[in-house]
Structure formats: structure tokens, C-alpha cells
Design a binder for this molecule. Structure first.
Ligand code: BMA
Length: 816
């Protein structure tokens, strides 16, 4: 097959512009305009407000390319567009050859006979997706309720592109335009393999791998097709007629090496090769697949219905977070940025991510990295927080999208589940639309046609071996969508409902796919998008970078409940991060204790799309907020945790490990100013995949006559598989008698050592001017204990040695 990549340099122009500027493909018009210095940094200050014209304008991209006899000599030539964003007309040498209106689809256009020897020109004429949506909305017979965000554009429901680009409660409004994925001309005379999808049938340790492949046959002929996987081979010889066709193959593997989610085994991948040979050459497709038996287990039980992933017979508690697009501008994303974010997820002991339905189906590299790192992916289809149209044209467009994406992604072993959308089913109950004017019953009919009959039916048809779940949250009709006893749950009473953190402890879901709490990003990051003088949570500039209308009120109210109020912005940011971490810690430790009744916690949200106050644990650019450091501890496969009930303190041990462990559980009560007043140590045996109450102490025994505001309790579980440490305080942080503490950071035997004379809570070490993260941070230090720290640079993940003057240390007592 002849391949001519059209990636690289293009030229572009837009409405009212009298010149052509250089553009980069794959990319997007914002990134190109920034590079050409035509627009200021869209994230800076309130620039977003003056850049709304970009999404409302039409744009043209063009490129000249040379075609040689090799390509022209092929029977069939196609233009393969892996992503055009969004409404576009394609013109080759002045001749219109097709149009697109779905950024999530792969489009192919026949170029046979349309190319000239030598120079050719391609133009892609984009019309504004925002205007397109408005027109479609006008034509649609029914009103679709629209939830609006502080800065947004309307009618996103009518346009198949990343929905959050129209503005969200954490994201700016930048409806991008452009050639956002690879664009290639392909010429071929033998059948071209368009895609392959495998399914796996297990029989004990052996596996029958079914392979379905789609071929584009340019000319009639006799062809030999062979498939190879892990040393096994199968094949057939066929006479094929021109046109599109599918063929099935089967390969039996004896006791193959399996792919496991991280923590349970290796991420073994097998090379799959499919080859077509004919008189005029050959075409081969090669990719890595994983062999694993992955099930979504849903068994009725006394509590409702279970909901968990089982991989190769092992139940897996999903510890993870929700993923949103990592930049408003896809043109800026790089493999390194994907890897950095995913490495951070792994470093925080996550084994699962949910790709939320308001963004886009991620780049191939994302799934390849998840395969390699053993991260289970919950993949939403890209519909979120809304009703959608359901006319023939829209449904047909969606069917093609689902087909394209499932065929592209299904062979990634990391993908655990397809999910129809984010919160659309739940919308009937919670949507803030005018219920007098718009009836949900009317919209339900459209919803069924889109969700069950189009998205679900297509996903099941294309990939019958993988679970399809209608929506997140859903109970698949067995209970209200967000019911806790069946299916997955979004738990938002603490954030959106403003309830105290203790409310998490009243919730008993089977699998929580969303719950979150906001914090502010670092002042280093904020300093890149605003002036220091705007460093105040309620400054108009900061409020522009906080998209949840009640966000600041919710944060500050809760802060006043639990902390002495900080008076510098830097301290406010620091405490907001502690508070966010504590919210997630409370929820996740509780839900992990409910194992195996509850089998997954996917918090909202892992990452950010721009510099903003949000629910993320990684700020824009990948920096770790306090929550991410805390997640590393509360997501540790082995967890010791506390429950205070009446006059007693329970100590629980939760294990996601598959082996039985022996170890010591030590519980100590210590005065904040120094001195242990209670201590107990016992040998423990921790069964595989268990969560148990190990010991209950009377509060008065732990306090040993001391005042509750002077005491911290520490539990240390030490086993051969590592250690889990946790703390408990009987009083709110604002009521504690925190001592002034002297902290020292020294370099001893190659590592950084932190020591203190008295208890110092939420110690945060910052490496000024350096990008990266520490192995631990936001931890409690107390007398007699020295904490070893290492710093991993962002560029290569390697540990680097820091000197004292590069470091800044803060702890809670210093904020008042
Ligand atoms: C959820 C998500 C998002 C939203 C988040 C925070 O329900 O699905 O739509 O950003 O809440 O409000």
C-alpha cells in the first residue's frame, strides 16, 4: 500500500483575514493562531471573552502536495481523515469531494481519478460549528432543554464534537476547529485491512480468539489472508469481488500469558498480525492485543445488585478518577503529556480511569499507555448532561461514530466497559429545565432511540464480548438511575448539596463513578494566567477561573467549619487543597471499607483542561495538588483506616491484594507537643481481598486523661507487602492545640530528611522553580520521627537531588 501523509505544515485563513498563515496538522485553529501571534494566550486573564469570535468564524486550511506515479498507479486511492473538527467541505484540486459534520468520526473519501501527477491541492473548508448547531436547533421540531454555563455557546447538543468545548463548570468555552487527527492518502491495489476486532472465548486456561476484519477490496482477485497471534497462524484463500467485506478467523491459544490490571499480574501483550497477499502486493495490519477474561459482574443479592469488574476470575476494586480532556486545544497535547498524567495516576495507586462523556474519545497513545500500565478504562460515549436530538440524520451520524470508535478501540485490553453517556438518563430527575413547558416523558422517547437503539445496539453489535452500560449513573431500569443499590452512582450531596463530609458515611453505593470536592490550583500555576494582584478567591479574575457559581462559597463555608481561617491567598490555596483531600479521604476510605458490597470509587476528577479552581487532583500541566498526594495513601492497595463511633474508635484493615499477609498493627496516641500516652501492638493476618474491623478502642483509653484537642492517634500496619499509616484526630482541625514546631530538612546519606520537634500537620514541601512531584507530601510529621523524601522531576520522572535553598516547607500551624 502506498501512503502519503498530509500531516505537517498547512496554511490557513479565516473570515475577514486577508492572508494565509502557517498551520500545523494535526492541530487546531487556536493553537495555530497562538503560534502565529494572532491571538493572545487564551487562558490568560479574561482573554477567553474576547476570543469567542474564533468558534463563530469559518476557517479554511489548505496544502499543496506532490503525487508520484506509485500512488497514481494504484487501483484505488482514498483520503483517510481520522478527525476533522467538525463541519467541513473537502476540496481537491478545486473539486468538492465530500463533507463532514462529526469530529468523532473517521471519514474516508474516494480520490480515485481526482489526483494529478505532480502538484495537487487540498482545501478543507470549515464552517463554524457554533453556527451549525444554531441552525440545526432551529430546524429541530422539539425544544431540547439546555443547561448553560457561565461562559458558553449554545446548541452544543446538535453538534458532534467535544461537548465541554462549549463551556463547562470547570472549563472555558473554546469550540475548536481544525484537522485534529492524522490525515493520509492511501493507494492500494490489494485489499486494504480497514480494522480488526477480536473477541475471546475462554475454556479453562485456553482461549479461542475470534478475529473479525473489514477489508476494502479495490479489484476482483484471488487473495491469501493469514492471521498470526502468539506463534499460532490461520489463513484462507478467497476470491473477492470489489467492495467492502468482512471476514472472520479463529485462532486457538493454549494457556496464553494473560493481561492483568496493575497490582494483579503482568500486562502481557501479544502481537497480532493480519496479512493480505495478492498478485499485486500485500497489506499488513499489526497491533498488540491483550488476552484477558474481563466481566462486569452483576448478581442480584440482598443489597440489590453487585456491580464490579472481574478480571481472569479475580474481582478488582476499581480505584480511580475521572479523566477529562487535558487541554482545551488538542493540538497542544503530546505523548509526553499523556504519559505524565497517566504515570501520576499510577503513582497514586490508581488502577482505573473513567473517560467522561463530555470530552472526546482519546488519542490512540492514551489507550496504548493504559494497556501497558494496567489501567482499566471505563469508556463513555461522548454525550453528556443533556437531552439530544434523535432524528434520522443525527442517529445515522451517531451510529457511524460508535462504529468507528469501537472498531478503533475495542482491541485495547484496558477498556473494561462501554457506557452510553454521562448523566443523560439521570437528567429526567435532576435537570434544571422548565418542567411546565418541557416534559421529560417526551424527551425519553428520543433518549431511548439514541441511547438503546443506536449507541447501545451498535456497541453490542460491534463488540459483543464487552459490557455496555446505558449511562453513568444508571440502574438499567431496575431502580431510579442514581439509586445506590443497583449499578453505578454519582454522589454529589457533599459538594453540590453542601452537606458536611460526614454525609459520605451515610452512603452505601455499589460502585461510585463520580463524587468530588473542589480546591484551588497552586499560585505558581495561577501566576501564569493572572497578575499577583488578582490573587484573591473573590477577585473578578480569580472568579473567571472558577466556573462553579457557588464554588467559592461552598469552599469557604466548609473551611470555616474545620479550619482557622487563613489570611494569605497562598495559605487559602493550601488549606483548600487539604480540605479537598480530606473530603475524598473520608469518602473513599468509607467506601473501601464497604468492600465487597461497594467495588469501585472513581472520583471527580483527575485532571484539568486549563488553570482553574476545580475538583481535580492534578492541576493543568500535571502538577500534584494535595489531594493527589493523599490519594496515593488512601488508594494504597493495603489500607488501615479509622471510624469514630460514639465513645469508641474502630481500626479497619482493607486489602485489595490477592494474597494473605501477616504483619503488625500498631496503634498509638501521641500528644501534639510530644509524648506517647497510649500504645498497642498486635500481630495481624490480613486475608486476600478483605475489609475488616480489626480492633475497637475506647476513646477514653486512647486519651489517657489528656485533652482531646492535644491528641493525635496513629495506626501503622506493617506487612511484608508494605506499610499503611493513618491518623485520627478527635477534634476539628481548628480546635486542635497545634504547637509551634521547628522543622528541619537535611540531606543525609543521599536523601532528604524532614524532622520536627513537635507535631506538624499537613507538611507541604515545595521545590521552588522546579516541575515535578515528591514521593510524599501533605503528611503529618511528629516528634521522634524522620520522614524521607524524594523529588521526581517532571521531564523524565527521575529522582533529582535538591538543596535546602530550593525547598520551602509549610505546615498547618503556620497558616494562623
Ligand atoms: C458531574 C460531571 C460534570 C461536572 C461535575 C462537577 O456530574 O458529570 O458534568 O463537571 O459533575 O459539577
Amino acid at each position: 500500500m502506498e501512503k502519503l501523509s498530509l500531516n505537517g505544515e498547512w496554511q490557513f485563513t479565516g473570515d475577514g483575514m486577508d492572508k494565509w498563515l502557517p498551520g500545523e496538522v494535526p492541530g487546531d485553529v487556536f493553537t495555530d493562531l497562538i503560534r502565529a501571534s494572532e491571538i493572545p494566550d487564551p487562558y490568560y486573564g479574561k482573554n477567553e471573552l474576547v476570543l469567542q469570535w474564533v468558534g463563530k468564524s469559518d476557517w479554511v486550511y489548505k496544502k499543496e502536495f506532490a503525487v508520484g506515479p506509485e500512488l497514481l498507479g494504484r487501483e484505488k486511492v482514498v483520503l483517510d481523515c481520522r478527525g476533522l473538527d467538525t463541519v467541513a467541505g473537502i476540496v481537491i484540486n478545486g473539486q468538492r469531494i465530500g463533507r463532514t459534520e462529526n469530529a468523532h468520526r473517521r471519514y474516508e473519501f474516494d480520490l480515485s481519478g481526482k489526483l494529478d501527477p505532480g502538484e495537487n491541492e487540498i482545501r478543507i473548508e470549515f464552517s463554524s460549528a457554533v453556527n451549525h448547531g444554531l441552525e440545526k436547533r432551529k430546524e429541530y421540531p422539539r425544544e431540547i432543554p439546555e443547561h448553560r454555563y457561565p461562559v458558553d455557546q449554545p446548541a452544543r447538543q446538535f453538534v458532534r464534537k467535544a461537548q465541554c468545548q462549549y463551556g463547562w463548570d470547570w472549563g472555558p468555552c473554546f469550540p475548536t476547529v481544525g484537522i485534529w487527527r492524522d490525515i493520509t492518502i492511501r493507494g492500494f491495489s490489494v485489499p486494504r485491512i480497514r480494522y480488526t476486532i477480536t473477541d475471546q472465548e475462554f475454556d479453562g486456561n485456553d482461549v479461542k480468539v475470534g478475529l473479525r476484519a473489514g477489508f476494502d477490496v479495490p479489484r476482483a482477485g484471488r487473495y491469501k489472508i493469514s492471521a498470526r497471534l502468539s506463534g499460532e497462524e490461520t489463513g484462507k484463500e478467497l476470491s473477492l469481488k470489489p467492495g467492502y467485506r468482512e471476514e472472520n478467523f479463529e485462532i486457538d491459544l493454549k494457556d496464553p500469558e494473560l493481561w492483568w490490571p496493575r497490582g494483579y499480574g503482568d500486562q502481557h501483550l501479544h502481537r497480532l498480525r493480519l496479512e493480505v497477499r495478492g498478485d499485486e502486493g500485500r497489506h499488513e495490519l499489526s497491533k498488540k492485543i491483550g488476552i484477558r477474561d474481563l466481566k462486569l459482574v452483576r448478581n442480584e443479592d440482598s443489597g440489590g445488585e453487585s456491580f464490579y469488574f472481574e478480571v481472569n476470575g479475580t474481582p478488582v476494586f476499581a480505584r480511580g478518577a475521572n479523566w477529562i480532556p487535558a487541554d482545551s486545544f488538542p493540538g497542544r497535547m503530546t505523548a509526553e503529556r499523556y504519559e505524565g498524567l497517566l504515570d501520576s495516576a499510577v503513582a497514586a495507586n490508581m488502577n482505573a480511569l473513567r473517560i467522561w462523556g463530555g470530552g472526546y474519545y482519546e488519542d490512540d497513545i492514551f489507550y496504548e499507555l493504559c494497556d501497558e500500565k494496567g489501567i482499566l478504562v471505563w469508556q463513555d460515549f461522548m454525550f453528556a448532561c443533556s437531552a439530544y436530538p434523535a432524528d434520522e440524520e443525527f442517529l445515522e451520524n451517531v451510529e457511524r461514530e460508535v462504529e468507528d470508535q469501537v472498531r478503533r478501540l475495542a482491541d485495547h485490553p484496558s477498556i473494561a466497559l462501554w457506557c452510553g453517556d454521562n448523566e443523560n438518563e439521570w437528567l429526567g430527575e435532576r435537570g434544571d429545565y422548565d418542567r411546565e413547558r418541557i416534559s421529560w416523558a417526551d424527551l425519553l422517547d428520543d433518549y431511548r432511540r439514541l441511547n438503546e437503539e443506536t449507541i447501545g445496539r451498535t456497541a453490542r453489535r460491534e463488540d459483543p464480548g464487552r459490557a455496555f452500560w446505558p449511562s453513568s449513573p444508571s440502574s438499567e431500569g431496575k431502580a431510579p438511575p442514581n439509586d445506590e443499590s443497583v449499578g453505578d452512582t454519582h454522589y454529589w450531596d457533599v459538594w453540590h448539596g453542601g452537606k458536611p463530609f460526614s454525609d459520605y458515611l451515610t452512603s452505601e453505593p455499589r460502585f461510585v463513578s463520580e463524587f468530588g470536592y473542589q480546591s484551588f490550583p497552586s499560585t505558581e500555576l495561577l501566576g501564569k494566567v493572572m497578575d499577583d494582584k488578582d490573587f484573591n478567591p473573590a477577585s473578578p479574575m480569580m472568579e473567571h477561573h472558577q466556573r462553579h457559581p457557588d464554588g467559592n462559597a461552598l469552599i469557604t463555608r466548609r473551611m470555616a467549619d474545620n479550619f482557622r481561617f487563613p489570611f494569605s491567598f497562598e495559605d487559602f490555596v493550601y488549606i483548600s487543597q487539604i480540605q479537598q483531600g480530606l473530603a475524598m479521604k473520608t469518602a473513599i476510605e468509607h467506601w473501601r471499607r464497604l468492600k465487597p458490597y461497594c467495588m469501585g470509587t472513581i472520583y471527580w476528577q483527575l485532571n484539568d483542561i486549563w488553570p482553574v479552581a476545580s475538583w481535580s487532583s492534578l492541576e493543568y500541566g500535571g502538577g500534584w495538588k494535595g489531594l493527589h498526594y493523599m490519594a496515593k495513601r488512601f488508594y494504597s492497595p493495603l489500607l488501615v483506616s479509622f471510624v469514630e463511633e460514639g465513645g469508641s474508635l474502630e481500626v479497619w484493615v482493607t486489602s485489595d491484594l490477592d494474597e494473605r499477609l501477616r504483619g503488625t498493627l500498631r496503634v498509638e496516641a501521641t500528644k501534639l507537643s510530644g509524648g506517647t500516652v497510649f500504645s498497642d501492638a498486635r500481630e495481624v493476618e490480613v486475608g486476600p481481598q478483605t475489609s475488616e474491623l480489626r480492633k475497637k478502642y475506647r476513646r477514653e483509653d486512647l486519651l489517657a486523661g489528656e485533652k482531646s484537642e492535644d491528641i493525635m492517634v496513629r495506626a501503622v500496619l506493617s506487612t511484608t507487602e508494605g506499610e499503611s499509616v493513618n491518623f485520627h484526630f478527635f477534634e476539628r482541625f481548628k480546635s486542635l492545640q497545634l504547637p509551634e514546631a521547628e522543622l528541619s530538612l537535611t540531606r543525609e546519606e543521599g536523601s532528604l530528611n524532614l524532622k520536627t520537634d513537635r507535631a506538624a500537620l499537613f507538611v507541604r514541601v515545595k521545590a521552588t522553580g522546579l516541575e515535578g512531584h515528591f514521593d510524599k507530601n501533605f503528611f503529618h510529621a511528629f516528634p521522634g520521627q524522620s520522614t524521607k523524601l524524594s523529588f521526581h522531576s517532571k521531564s523524565d520522572g527521575e529522582e533529582i537531588e535538591l538543596t535546602g535553598d530550593q525547598l520551602e516547607v509549610k505546615h498547618l500551624r503556620q497558616t494562623y
